[in-house]
Design a binder for this molecule. Structure first.
Ligand code: GAR
Length: 212
């Protein structure tokens, strides 16, 4: 049985989708813990109500600056490792991570980012996609490396950008696909279905890695 630790910062709807998919059975894995950097993250209540261990490592207690970032990541790593994780899942975890932290979880940490990477790393991805006149937009699940919003891409979800779309309409359409894509990818990982070859990740059984 593999241990999955999920990191959130807020609403936690992707975490919910993963918890529900795992709870439906058939996974060789369990959700060992949900951890937030914000004590008021709404998703914590959902995790608790499902009998999942939760923890908070409040980044604000560490102050600002590079040394605070390193100290926060060290404490976060200590708490995560207390749950003996096989996989760490970033699900709306809004922190820039230090290279030491990402190296520690190399090959066993996934992130979902709301754009078709490598386009639109960082924030306000949907607004920027609309402003750039994109005809498609989406989300990406990738392995986490030291560089923000980079790393081998496991799956992408693609939606059309419709005339009249605002940021919120586009975000809603993409989020619905994130909720299908991310649980699928997490399941593939715990079932050892993913083969990583440099930047390229292949599902050994040929499952489609594009969602639409
Ligand atoms: C999701 O749309 C996710 O792609 C995005 O935050 C949202 C979290 O929603 N992640 C990032 O922007 C990471 N850079 P959720 O808390 O309801 O899952």
């Amino acid at each position: 049985m593999k241990n999955i630790v999920i990191l959130i910062s807020g609403r936690g709807s992707n975490m919910e989708a993963i918890v529900k998919a795992c709870g439906a059975g058939g996974w060789p894995a369990r959700i060992a813990a949900v951890i937030s950097n914000r004590p008021d993250a709404a998703g914590l209540a959902f995790a608790r109500s499902h009998g999942i261990a939760t923890a908070v490592v409040d980044h604000q207690a560490f102050g600002k600056g590079d040394s605070a970032r390193v100290a926060f990541d060290a404490e976060l790593q200590r708490v995560i490792d207390g749950f003996d994780p096989d996989l760490v899942v970033l699900a709306g975890f809004m922190r820039i991570l230090t290279p030491g932290f990402t190296a520690h979880y190399a090959g066993r940490m996934l992130n979902v980012h709301p754009s078709l990477l490598p386009a639109f790393t960082g924030l306000h991805t949907h607004r920027r996609a609309i402003e750039a006149g994109c005809r498609v937009a989406g989300a990406t699940v990738h392995f986490v490396t030291a560089e923000l919003d980079h790393g081998p891409i496991v799956a992408q979800a693609v939606v059309p950008v419709l005339d009249g779309d605002d940021e919120s309409a586009l975000a809603t359409r993409i989020l619905a696909l994130e909720h299908r894509m991310y649980p699928s990818v997490v399941r593939w990982f715990v079932e050892d279905k993913l083969a990583v070859d440099g930047a390229r990740v292949r599902h050994r059984g040929g499952e489609p890695q594009m969602f639409s």
